[in-house]
Design a protein around this ligand. Sequence first.
Ligand SMILES: [Zn+2]
Length: 109
Amino acid sequence: MTQLSLKATTPDQIDFDDNHLKITWKDGVTSTFELLDLRKRCPCVVCKGGHGGKVGTTTGGIQSIKLYSINKVGRYAINPVWSDNHQTGIYSFDGLRMLADGLGGDLTL
Ligand SMILES: [Zn+2]
């Protein structure tokens, strides 16, 4: 498994608009994520259809989504509050950076 540097997985700045989440990392790289894609990848148990389920099981039919806000979870993750009132997903910075760099799409911690 690829090891990312601490700088590569530490956000310097996090912004979002109606369609995208943008994270600028400490190593100077900026990653842009589509909100709909991120919502569908929600790693929480509910969205996976239960323990042991697959990411996206219950989110495949979502047509559009916006972000209300983002809560930071310690130093390692964010917890987005989505416009469908869903907010149990914890997205790790490691997972987000790996997704952005094409190293893997599973955001599970
Ligand atoms: Zn979820």
